[in-house]
Design a protein around this ligand. Structure first.
Ligand SMILES: Cc1ncc(COP(=O)(O)O)c(C=O)c1O
Length: 367
């Protein structure tokens, strides 16, 4: 069972707000955790939502948030998604000339006006320093003229630019540089194409540490640098939006799992639990492990918490990948005991291959 804390969500939103461009709107990206309890708890705390599917759109709008505060993102939207988003009155990101034509066609067929946010392809910076990596998202620099050419005569107004530059960054200097570069590029593009923008989304990118070797986020560096590195907003300047998923919900969630069995094989101690990579892929060897340490796992109410020894925590699946923590220190455990994975509130059930072996889904509650 996943359990998400309302108090921790409140605290996380406060923290990312302080670490954002001063005065920026904070949007929550439902892809990190679309549980309606979580999204409803966040609705009064954040300024808007970023959604990526019809289901996420429904969850966001069901909170009562105005459509103007919802952004439908994603590199390749379907015609039904385009129609639903435009009919609902939410802004849509446009990420290629082909997608610009799709939205222009759908707006004409529906007879609605719509708001387009042009996502501009932005390389992702190295995590601490070093070379940026290419990605498939957004409109390539050489296609921008064509995209604005399609949108200008259409029923869609260009209300914003989105320059998202990646995820899971901890170093303040990298985050601040990416953000400033995004703001600067948005200004240059607005001048070049004569755009009157309502908002500019400059990414979020802040990490959630959930493994022992994940670096801590430099919250203090971000908070302290914010006002100094951001010019005061001019009258009529576009609203700056920062989009966050994992840094808001990651720290607010734990996964509770029951010990089903224990055994020793070849001198290694195994603790077999009822959560598998089908519930928590981020703890499995597909993501955790080499280089980033082990997930943060603790025993709940251990009978003898003083005697710790190394253990492998494995799930119930017939796969070697279903190793959730390797050589972690745990007390003596027996069938029926409970383990707790910490900081796993983001990219949990919906990021895991829930269909594998057709086992039951994890429960999710908010408290
Ligand atoms: C456009 C966009 N916004 C927001 C996010 C959320 O990112 P994170 O969970 O790293 O904060 C993502 C992640 O893929 C994204 O692509």
């Amino acid at each position: 069972m996943y359990a998400y804390s309302r108090a921790a969500l409140r605290e996380a939103v406060r923290r990312v707000r302080e670490a954002s461009v001063p005065g920026a709107d904070v949007y929550y990206s439902l892809k990190a955790n679309p549980h309606p309890g979580v999204v409803n708890a966040l609705a009064p705390l954040v300024d808007g939502f970023d959604v990526c599917s019809l289901s996420e759109l429904e969850t966001a709008l069901n909170t009562g948030v105005p459509p103007e505060k919802v952004l439908f993102t994603g590199p390749a939207k379907t015609r039904p998604e385009a129609a639903a988003a435009l009919a609902a009155g939410v802004a849509v990101t446009v990420e290629s000339p082909g997608q610009a034509r799709l939205f222009a066609d759908v707006a004409r067929e529906l007879g609605v006006e719509g708001r387009a946010v042009v996502r501009v392809n932005t390389p992702y910076p190295g995590r601490t320093s070093g070379a940026a990596t290419p990605n498939q998202f957004g409109v390539a620099g050489e296609d921008l003229t064509e995209v604005f050419g399609v949108l200008r005569p259409s029923a869609l107004s260009v209300s914003g630019l989105q320059l998202f530059w990646g995820s899971q960054y901890s170093a303040a200097d990298v985050i601040l540089a990416a953000r400033s570069a995004a703001l600067e590029r948005a200004r240059t593009l607005a001048d070049r194409f004569g755009l009157k923008l309502d908002f500019v989304s400059v990414g979020g990118g802040i990490a959630m540490p959930w493994c022992t070797a994940d670096p801590e986020v430099d919250w203090e560096g971000l908070r302290a640098a914010g006002p100094a590195t951001t010019p005061a907003a001019e009258q009529g300047a576009p609203t700056v939006v920062c989009e966050y998923g994992r840094s808001i919900v990651g720290p607010a969630g734990i996964l509770l799992t029951t010990v089903l069995d224990t055994k020793n094989v070849d001198g290694r101690r195994y603790v077999l639990v009822d959560a598998g990579l089908n519930h928590v892929m981020i703890a499995s060897r597909l993501i955790a492990g080499a280089g980033r340490g082990e997930p943060l796992v603790r025993a709940v109410d251990a009978k003898d918490p003083g005697t710790m020894s190394p253990a492998q925590v494995t799930g119930p699946l017939c796969s070697q990948l279903d190793l959730l923590a390797e050589n972690v220190q745990l007390p003596a455990l027996e069938t029926g005991d409970t383990l707790m994975f910490l900081g796993v509130g983001a990219y949990g059930p919906t990021f895991s291959p829930a269909g594998f072996l057709s086992r039951d889904k994890a429960r999710e509650i908010i408290f």
